[in-house]
Design a protein around this ligand. Structure first.
Ligand SMILES: *Cc1c(COP(=O)(O)O)cnc(C)c1O
Length: 395
């Protein structure tokens, strides 16, 4: 096979929708409605009903969604917000930009998401109760919130995280930026629940490469909370509920009408695209099942993952990646450096001991090509090359 296998494909899926997208742009030109308006409101209703929440607030990006959710949840200057080191930096940027301080909890070896056992240990051993709040002993900071990230489209173990959050009075904000439509079986609720419906609020990104992507920047917050909804609508629009009457300082963080119109069209395709991703994941699992030296993703029976990424683990990761690249197969690393090892956090103090699982994972993980239109023969070619690499590197 001499064609390139891209890591993702942002061209082909848009071809058949091109006329509809042009119509969205033409409507905007002819109505002069560029920011907000009926297409934003319709998308918000449609995405809320897709997730199963009462409300959805369209914003400028997934990062905006995280920032605004934290502010609306009442996170204050100097608070501590806990999350994982194995995520995109937007998660911790949002924490810092709200005035809070991020603290890291290690991940689970199998799901690559927050290890609830480690969260429990941190809260029990490193924190104490003070006047109804949980205070981190060494820094004296209030531990105000936890952000579980549903990374790769795989659910974090929400029951256990929510139980701890209730016991220690932390607000839960889900980072669902990679998990549109992923499902979690909640034993507390006795039903399957979608990503974005379990915390006080959740952040979604519609960055072009995400499972639901705009043709530009876009994001959304989902929540069942009426007052958070009102607050986030003000925050995204300079703190105003009425034009030029500012109840607070906000941001310029609105969703524009053209992106909302495009997202409405693409949302109709999302269930089909998600099925295709799941199909490709099952096929990769089959093709790699008998391959020694490759650990395929683990999907616990309480998770229906949506495979934003298909991430394997292997010893000689860097050599395998360059071998595949020579065979014109593009792969990715999500993420090569855990956040606590980034230069940006060089001077940050991390109190929570070992983050060894995250550090080990970062050395070994490799994201294989994954997108709805991935062909059977491309998957076969990819896995055959992985096998070839492993058999030659072993001898
Ligand atoms: C993409 C992403 C974000 C940020 O979304 P943007 O729309 O790029 O601002 C945040 N968290 C995670 C886990 C993401 O993958």
């Amino acid at each position: 096979m001499n064609e390139n296998i891209p890591f993702l494909d942002l061209i082909t899926p848009h071809r058949e929708m091109e006329d509809d997208f042009v119509a969205v742009f033409r409507d905007a030109l002819r109505s002069g409605q560029f920011i907000g308006g009926p297409s934003v409101e319709k998308f918000e209703q449609e995405f809320a009903s897709f997730c199963g929440t009462k409300h959805c607030i369209g914003v400028g990006s997934g990062t905006d969604a995280l920032r605004f959710a934290l502010i609306a949840a009442g996170i204050k200057l100097g608070d501590m917000v806990v999350t994982v080191p194995n995520t995109f930096i937007a998660t911790t940027e949002a924490i810092s930009q709200t005035g809070a301080v991020p603290e890291f909890i290690d991940i689970d070896e199998k799901t690559y998401n927050m290890d609830p056992g480690r969260l429990g240990e941190f809260l029990a051993k490193e924190c104490r109760e003070d006047a109804g709040r949980t205070v981190h002993i060494e820094s004296g900071r209030i531990v105000a919130a936890v952000i579980p990230v549903h990374l790769y489209g795989q659910m974090a173990d929400m029951d256990r995280i929510i139980e701890l959050a209730e016991r220690y009075r932390l607000v839960v904000i889900e980072d669902a930026c990679q998990a549109h439509g992923a499902e979690y079986y909640s034993k507390r609720e006795n039903r399957w629940m979608r990503a974005g419906t379990m915390g006080a609020a959740a952040a979604f990104s519609f960055y072009p490469g995400k499972n639901l992507g705009a043709c530009g920047e876009a994001g959304a917050v989902t929540t069942n909370d009426e007052s958070m909804t009102k607050m986030i609508k003000m925050i995204r629009d300079h703190g105003q509920a009425k034009k030029y009457y500012h109840d607070l300082e906000g941001y310029n963080g609105r969703l524009d009408a053209i992106q909302a119109g495009i997202l409405r069209i693409k949302l109709q395709q999302l269930p089909k695209w998600t099925e295709q991703r799941k199909h490709h994941a099952r096929r990769y699992n089959e093709l790699l099942a008998s391959v020694d030296g490759v650990i395929a993703p683990n999907e616990p029976d309480w998770s229906h993952a949506v495979y934003h990424l298909y991430v394997i683990r292997t010893q000689n990761r860097d050599a395998l990646q360059s071998f595949l690249s020579q065979r014109n197969i593009s792969t990715g690393l999500h993420y090569p450096v855990p956040l606590h090892r980034q230069k940006a956090y060089e001077t940050a103090r991390c109190y929570n001991g070992s983050l060894a699982v995250s550090e080990r994972a970062a050395q070994k993980i490799l994201s294989l090509p994954m997108y709805p239109g991935l062909a059977d023969k491309q998957q076969l070619y990819t896995t055959e090359n992985i096998k070839e690499f492993l058999s030659t590197s072993r001898t």
